[in-house]
Every structure is written in structure tokens, then in C-alpha cells.
Design a protein around this ligand. Structure first.
Ligand SMILES: [Zn+2]
Length: 316
């Protein structure tokens, strides 16, 4: 059964239009949505991703007891397991094959799909509606069970997310990568203010050095592109496997751990992560996170401040 089907949702997040829900802050500007209590940790993790990317969340529409626009089918928003982020810049495109319009960065989506996973099993916890044929890029939907979520999910912490950089990226994350490479003796040219190659710009020299380093350690990075996992060309992506070896987490300023060779990431487990189901979930329903919960009686209750357990990532 597709985890996007209403049958699946009703099984794990009962009951439609009458679910226990809490207020989850999304982003760092006070925007919130009413989400299912058992999915709150997932949306807090999503919130951390937005913050790490500096992506401004102006609207987050979650709980809304309604049917899909133009259909008799109930919207997943009726179970509060979905959140619509900034509908104005991530509009629903109900035409099949229509152009995807979104201001969500590619690498933010890649992070959500690749790294926000259950600790047990490595399953993704959110589906992004931009993958539907009827693109709904504002839409993020829970696809983990409450039990899977309760057992732990990998969440972004500290500056780690910003370190997942690709060829063409720029910024401090690239600078950290370059510092590690220079520290290990790679020649990145004469770029940058100190002419040592550290210019926070991920170009050809950085790619060539990282390719050599990844190849030496047998590291292959994967990204989920349009629903399938693709190995990235050596040197073009410094993702979780690279940083696990660089020992970068919380170790700014330290030389990277060169690591032991021969421990390449196993792509085998990744194949199971596919999410099918092209049914679009049209329409944000005009729900915005800044409005009160339409179903709440009296005191809407405290802001959810549940803690997210930061757990070590699975061994690559
Ligand atoms: Zn939606």
C-alpha cells in the first residue's frame, strides 16, 4: 500500500478530521502549523532544515479538514500529516507535465529526501509534493509511521546541513571543505584572499581534489533525483559520506580525519526508499499557519516544544 494513500494514513494517524494535533513552529520567524501530534517531530526536523538553509517560511498550512479541490477524495491535510509551505512561491500546478515552479533550493529538497530518514531502516519520513506529476511543491507529507518516528529519525544539527555542498555551490560550507582539503595537502590553486585556494567557491580545483580524495577512500555519494538514487560523479558532491570521513561535525578548525580506506557507502539499502503514488493533493485550501486552529476548542494550548533527539547517523 502506498504510504500516500488515505487508507494508510487513516490506519496510522486516526481519525480523519479529529486528530490530536499540536502547534509546530516552522522556520524561525514565528510561522506555525497545526500538525498531528505523532508527526510533530518530523515537522520540527523539517523546520531545522529550513533554518539551516536560511529559507524564510512565511506560511505553513497544515491541519485542514477538507476534500481535495475538484475531487471527492479527502485531503491528507484532514489528518494533519501534511504541511504546505509558502504557496505563493511554490504553487500547485494541476496540469500533467506542467512546469515545476518553486523557490525551494534543490539541495534543500535533496536533504529532506535523502537525510531526513528513520534511524531504523533508513526510510524517508517526508514526501515532497514536487515529485507528483501534478506538481504540488508547497506540500510536505509524512510517510513514516508513529512507531518508526518514535524510534528515532536523523535530524540536521549544528552546521552540518550547510556543509552538504555541490560543484557550483559557494559559501562557508565550501570553505570548510576546502580547508579540510588544503589541510590534507591538496593544491586548490591560488584562489581566495590568502591565495591558498580557499575562496568558498566550489569550482574545478575543489572538484578535482575531492575526486582524488573520495576515490582514494572509495567514497561514493548518492542523491535522490526524481525518485531514484543516482551515484554522483567523484568530487562533485560533498555529502554525508564525505563529511562522516572528514570528521567535520563540531570539529571546526581540526584537521580532518583521513579515515580508513575501503569503507564505501553501501547503496544497497537506498533502493527501498522509493515512494510511488502520483495522486496530487491539489490546493492549499488557503490555510495559513498564522491563523488559529479551526478545530480547537478554547485554549489552543502551548506551543509545541518537544525535543528532537539528535541521533548518530547510520554508518554509511
Ligand atoms: Zn498540501
Amino acid at each position: 500500500m502506498s504510504r500516500l494513500s488515505n487508507t494508510w494514513i487513516e490506519t496510522h494517524y486516526p481519525t480523519r478530521c479529529n486528530v490530536p494535533r499540536v502547534k509546530a513552529l516552522i522556520g524561525d520567524s514565528g510561522t506555525y502549523g497545526w500538525v498531528h501530534r505523532d508527526a510533530a517531530v518530523i515537522f520540527e526536523a523539517l523546520s531545522l532544515v529550513f533554518i539551516a538553509w536560511g529559507y524564510e517560511v512565511r506560511s505553513a498550512g497544515s491541519y485542514n479538514c477538507r476534500r481535495i479541490k475538484g475531487s471527492r477524495t479527502w485531503s491528507s491535510h484532514s489528518w494533519a500529516v501534511s504541511d504546505d509551505i509558502n504557496p505563493d512561491t511554490n504553487p500547485w500546478a494541476p496540469w500533467v507535465g506542467g512546469r515545476l515552479v518553486t523557490d525551494l533550493p534543490d539541495d534543500l529538497i535533496a536533504y529532506v529526501e535523502n537525510e531526513l530518514v528513520t534511524v531504523s531502516g533508513g526510510l524517508p519520513v517526508l514526501f515532497w509534493g514536487g515529485r507528483w506529476n501534478r506538481h504540488d511543491p508547497m506540500h510536505f507529507q509524512t510517510i513514516a509511521t508513529p512507531a518508526e518516528t518514535a524510534a528515532g529519525i536523523n535530524t540536521p544539527s549544528g552546521g552540518i546541513v550547510s556543509q552538504y555542498v555541490r560543484q557550483g555551490s559557494s559559501g562557508p560550507g565550501v570553505g570548510e571543505l576546502q580547508a579540510h582539503l588544503i589541510g590534507q595537502g591538496f593544491d586548490l590553486g591560488r584562489w581566495g584572499p590568502l591565495n591558498d585556494g580557499l575562496d568558498e567557491s566550489y569550482g574545478g580545483d575543489t572538484t578535482a581534489a575531492l575526486a582524488q580524495w573520495q576515490n582514494a577512500l572509495g567514497i561514493v555519494e548518492y542523491l535522490n533525483v526524481s525518485g531514484s538514487w543516482a551515484a554522483q560523479d567523484p568530487g562533485t558532491y560533498a555529502g554525508p559520506r564525505t563529511w562522516a570521513k572528514l570528521g567535520a561535525q563540531g570539529n571546526k578548525g581540526e584537521k580532518g580525519d583521513p579515515g580508513e580506506p575501503g569503507v564505501a557507502g553501501s547503496p544497497g539499502v537506498k533502493g527501498e526508499r522509493g515512494v510511488e503514488g502520483p495522486q496530487g493533493d491539489p490546493g492549499a485550501g488557503g490555510s495559513t499557519g498564522t491563523k488559529g486552529d479551526p478545530g480547537a476548542k478554547g485554549d489552543p494550548g502551548p506551543v509545541y516544544i518537544g525535543t528532537i533527539e539528535v541521533v548518530p547517523k547510520q554508518a554509511p
